[in-house]
Write a protein that binds this ligand. Structure first.
Ligand code: ATP
Length: 363
């Protein structure tokens, strides 16, 4: 139930691989923000994921799955392990089931350049990159999850599904977000990314986008075919504001977005539904660096920042919004001063050193 107390039940799932390290850093930072801004977080930790499956034979218990849905917010580290799979070889990913069960249709994935940090694009305008990719997260090509077929070892089929019931709130969220960003100086533009020139389902996606755009005329409606969107994300990403797209396209383009601002460690995500919010970096468990204190916690910390913003809006608690702004400003200032350069970008700050500097600056 939505209330406006300053106390929140936060369900925490560290998950697998670097999930443990970045979550430790994140909890320490949340505790500091809690003290500073007069908030109370009742954090309950839930074991789930590939390592848990290897120990117990299940990826998450039914009881814990329900408990996550009853929390005010769900905070995930990262899930999965390349060597631990379901017997059919597919990935262990309880959060994918959660998207469906809890109606988390809108996956908000900010792509933002941080002044002070080196990024691959050398054009000075690249410092202005500030995009939010909204990845529809419950249908599209992923509607076929677990339902693909192989006929006679000759033909494999997966079915892409687009529904009005999902598209309408998805596009409304895109226009709402663009409006909120416009009130802070953003251009007020939503780009619909699709392949409507080829596929019937995508033409339907664009038709519904146009219908919702007609109800949001204060925001500019813009369009790109997905191939052109990939090109422009590299060629002139500073021209995008909010981009909204089908699930698979969002999966791919949000990794491309992370690449242009430094890597997966800079890719936070908020998965939002009508009643639930799940906050989890868009990256995986990075087995190549797990357990070595090398992970960049920026994506995890900005996912937590998005959780604070969401709780603040939903419960109308200014202290949450203040804590979110405080966290973002603290990290941005550390980057701008050159005081933190994550190892992911060739710097010397591992997860613990980065987190300690954030904690010191938060005071
Ligand atoms: P998934 O399929 O679960 O998304 P993946 O196998 O595509 O996972 P990631 O685990 O995201 O890949 O890792 C991709 C690359 O990005 C790896 O080289 C990994 O080390 C790096 N990486 C991912 N997250 C981070 C992070 N937080 N800090 C530093 N490097 C990271």
């Amino acid at each position: 139930m939505v209330s406006n107390t300053q106390e929140f039940q936060i369900a925490i799932v560290p998950g697998d691989g670097i999930g443990h390290e970045i979550m430790d850093a994140c909890i320490a930072v949340l505790r500091a923000l809690e003290r500073k801004h007069g908030l109370i977080f009742h954090c309950s930790e839930v074991e789930a994921g590939a390592e848990y499956y290897a120990r117990s034979g299940t990826d998450i218990t039914d009881e814990d799955f329900t408990a996550l849905g009853n929390a005010d917010a769900i905070l995930f580290g990262a899930i999965g392990h390349p060597d631990i799979r379901w017997p059919d070889g597919t990935e262990i990913a309880p959060h994918l089931r959660m998207r469906k069960e809890y109606g988390l249709i809108s996956g908000l994935r900010p792509v933002k350049a941080f002044p002070g940090l080196p990024i691959p694009l050398k054009d000075p305008r690249a410092q202005e990159i500030d995009i939010v990719i909204i990845r529809e997260s419950t249908e599209g090509l992923f509607a076929s999850l677990g339902k693909g077929t192989i006929e006679g070892d000759r033909i494999a089929k997966e079915t892409l599904v687009i529904t009005r019931d999902v598209c309408e709130p998805l596009f409304d969220e895109a226009f709402r977000l663009a409006r909120q960003r416009k009130s802070k100086g953003g251009p007020g533009r939503v780009t619909c990314v699709d392949k409507s020139n080829v596929f019937t389902a995508m033409a339907f996606f664009r038709k519904i986008f146009d219908e919702r755009a007609a109800l949001n005329t204060d925001i500019t409606a813009d369009y790109r075919y997905v191939d052109a969107a990939a090109l422009d994300l590299v060629r002139k990403p500073w021209e995008f504001d909010v981009m909204v797209m089908e699930n698979m396209f969002g999966d791919i383009l949000s990794d491309l977005g992370a690449g242009i601002v430094g890597g997966m460690g800079f890719a936070p995500c908020a998965e939002l539904g009508p009643k639930h919010g799940l906050f989890q970096p868009a990256h995986g468990t990075a087995p190549d660096i797990a357990g070595q204190d090398k992970a960049n916690p920026t994506a995890m910390l900005f996912s937590a920042k998005m959780m604070l913003d969401w709780l603040g809006e939903r419960h109308d608690i200014q202290a949450c919004r203040d804590a979110a702004d405080d966290l973002a400003r603290t990290i941005e200032d550390l980057f701008a001063a050159g005081d933190v350069v994550p190892m992911e970008l060739g710097g010397t700050d591992g997860t613990k050193s980065y987190a300690n500097k954030v904690l010191t600056k938060l005071g």
